[in-house]
Design a protein around this ligand. Structure first.
Ligand code: HEM
Ligand SMILES: *[C@@H]1O[C@H](CO)[C@@H](O)[C@H](O)[C@H]1NC(C)=O
Ligand SMILES: *[C@@H]1O[C@H](CO)[C@@H](O)[C@H](O)[C@H]1NC(C)=O
Ligand SMILES: *[C@@H]1O[C@H](CO)[C@@H](O)[C@H](O)[C@H]1NC(C)=O
Ligand SMILES: *[C@@H]1O[C@H](CO)[C@@H](O)[C@H](O)[C@H]1NC(C)=O
Ligand SMILES: *[C@@H]1O[C@H](CO)[C@@H](O)[C@H](O)[C@H]1NC(C)=O
Ligand SMILES: *[C@@H]1O[C@H](CO)[C@@H](O)[C@H](O)[C@H]1NC(C)=O
Length: 512
């Protein structure tokens, strides 16, 4: 029944309540927004609640672009402040400061995530990437031997099988002498097969099998879903405890099932094998057995820590390396003179070695190294580095002291595109990486793998893999742009990595 009189009576009360809630909500959302002004740190005005990240939060713009726009605005400053939703975060511009945060002052910045943004029941988030303090240190020390030079050399035979399959696949797709190749797709299949074979001793066979499970499970890690966005949003507005209480997990269930099965199956398979493969999985198995033998007080290598590190070696390893290879082929297609020069050097080295690529040869290909680094400069797959202040830190030559818990962002992409360090930053020029030119740049201006004790653990493996794959491709195919090539590349606003919005497609022509 509609009562015309009574709602008029409650209207003032309802209106007052509404106004009060709006004011309270506004106060809540903007509570910390005075932080940078009080410290005298340069900043721009934030949007209530969303801070400076309205674009990325709403999926409209890549976070890399958002940060880069601000970076350019604060030319001449050593740092500036932003608000990540409600909370302040310091963005560094000065390479000297960058280098101290990553390397020399590591004791004050040894973590990547805060302890209140926890992933208590998210089994796959107990890996090196998220571990903090002493636990991180202990696990990192145990996993570091995975990619020593001796181990990489031992892996080369497995890598060779995968590059062989890559070439076979490309030959199949260019059976008429040429063909348009979905480079993003082929690269990610190649890197999945490689990490699977080299680190896990399994044959994923994604290049030839139509099974796309590996690819889907891998890409799901870096592609936010509505659920993961909501959970991360809750963590950022200090509701992380609720996420833990409700035992919520970031990724779709299929991803947890997939990796858990992958890990269990691999471990089972190992039990039946006599020979020690001496790879990543056998390191994990030894760690667990040692710990059981030692009767350690603190359990570092519980099943979930092992499984989540197995997961991160898989997940962090393939999409990053694949996108590096794709971007490299893209730049080579657009810069034919560089492609010709590179092919000349690869063929020269190959001819000296009867056409077979070895580990030492790859190490000796200087120009390939420069081409790859220039690719990583222009297109760093990890566009930014994050650190949390773990011990009070006074910024030298300033009155500012960072408190425990303050987030610090190092804008890798923006530093890599800063004309002060890289004149004409949008020009692809491998000669930036000659010894002479490198000596002109300070530390902290080339960070595709991060720096300091938390630098990427897979760096050497990734470079070896990408170089070997590229050397095989360049020596056998001429790469050209085609109608399907999107120039310039647009960034995917919905990925954490610096990935293209649309897959990179290029024309491959067989040589000979
Ligand atoms: C071209 C390929 C790759 C790129 C561009 C890349 C980039 C990065 C970056 C930027 C970081 C953060 C470093 C920092 O915070 O200072 C990182 C960390 C990490 N990466 Fe990579 N990565 C690549 C390949 C790999 C591979 C192949 C693996 C494993 C097999 C791997 C495993 C990891 C792990 C476990 C960490 C966390 C290290 C720690 O916190 O101790 N990455 N990577
Ligand atoms: C989180 O950090 C606070 C402040 O540093 C500390 O008091 C608390 O014990 C930490 N909690 C955990 C679970 O590490
Ligand atoms: C390229 O491969 C991806 C899968 O990795 C697929 O989603 C996409 O549709 C492909 N694009 C073209 C143009 O073939
Ligand atoms: C177990 O003890 C040995 C000898 O003390 C040590 O070298 C090893 O690192 C320990 N392993 C673990 C997993 O703690
Ligand atoms: C390229 O980058 C890698 C990794 O950062 C480094 O080890 C190597 O020395 C660099 N090479 C050149 C020529 O700059
Ligand atoms: C750059 O960093 C490295 C390693 O921390 C150090 O050895 C070197 O002296 C630094 N170079 C400059 C110019 O500061
Ligand atoms: C590329 O596009 C142009 C113009 O749209 C067309 O004339 C040409 O035939 C196309 N080339 C191929 C190989 O599809």
């Amino acid at each position: 029944m509609i009562c015309f009189g009574c709602w008029l009576e409650i209207l003032p009360v309802a209106a007052a309540a509404a106004i009060v809630s709006v004011l309270l909500a506004y106060a809540y959302c903007t509570r910390h927004y005075g932080h940078w002004a009080a410290l005298g740190v340069p900043h721009t005005k934030p949007t209530p609640l969303l801070g400076h990240f309205a674009g990325p939060t709403l999926g409209r713009e890549s976070g890399t672009v958002t940060v880069d726009t601000l970076y350019r605005r604060f030319v001449g400053h050593r740092y500036f402040g932003v608000y990540q939703l409600r909370h302040p975060m310091l963005v560094l511009r000065d390479p000297v400061l960058v280098h101290s945060v990553l390397a020399t002052e590591f004791a004050s910045f040894h973590d990547r995530v805060m302890n209140r943004t926890s992933f208590e029941h998210d089994g796959l988030f107990n890996s090196l990437v998220n571990l903090r303090g002493d636990r991180w240190k202990a696990v990192r020390a145990k996993l570091s031997p995975t990619f020593t030079v001796a181990k990489l050399k031992a892996m080369f035979a497995s890598l060779h099988v995968c590059t062989g399959q890559l070439v076979d696949k490309l030959l199949l797709l260019t059976s008429d002498g040429q063909g348009i190749i979905n480079v993003s797709d082929i690269s990610s299949k190649f890197t999945i097969d490689t990490i699977g074979r080299c680190a896990f001793g399994i044959n994923c066979n994604t290049l030839f099998d139509s099974n796309t499970e590996y690819q889907r499970a891998g890409q799901a890690v870096f592609t936010p879903t509505l659920k993961s966005s909501v959970l991360n949003f809750m963590r950022l507005i200090d509701l992380g405890w609720l996420v833990d209480l409700l035992r919520l997990r970031n990724m779709p269930d299929l991803v947890y099932e997939f990796y858990s099965n992958l890990f269990q199956d691999t471990m089972e398979l190992r039990k039946s094998e006599k020979e020690d493969r001496n790879d990543f999985i056998s390191i994990l198995i030894k760690l667990r057995n040692d710990e059981k033998k030692n009767n350690s007080q603190v359990e570092l290598f519980a099943e979930d820590v092992l499984a989540s590190n197995a997961f991160i070696f898989f997940a962090a390893g393939f999409e990053t390396t694949a996108s590096t290879m794709s971007y490299c082929l893209y730049e080579l297609a657009l810069n034919q003179d560089i492609q010709v020069e590179l092919r000349k050097q690869i063929e020269h080295t190959l001819n000296e070695n009867k056409g077979i690529i070895t580990y030492d040869m790859i190490k000796d290909m200087k120009y390939l190294d420069m081409v790859l680094n220039e690719t990583l400069r222009m297109h760093p797959p990890g566009p930014g580095l994050l650190r949390v202040c773990t011990k009070k830190f006074k910024i030298p030559d300033s009155d500012i002291t960072l408190d425990i818990g303050m987030k610090v962002l190092i804008p890798t992409y923006s530093l890599h595109h800063d004309p002060v360090y890289y004149p004409n930053p949008e020009v692809f020029d491998p000669l930036r990486f000659t010894e002479d030119n490198k000596a002109l740049r300070p530390n902290g201006t080339f960070l595709p793998f991060g720096d300091g004790p938390r630098i990427c653990i897979g760096l050497r493996f990734a470079l070896m893999e990408a170089k070997t794959g590229l050397a095989e491709i360049i020596s056998k195919f001429e790469i050209l742009p085609c109608n399907d090539t999107k120039i310039p590349i647009k960034l995917n606003p919905r990925s954490i990595l610096l990935t293209p919005k649309e897959p990179i497609c290029l024309l491959f022509k067989r040589i000979k």
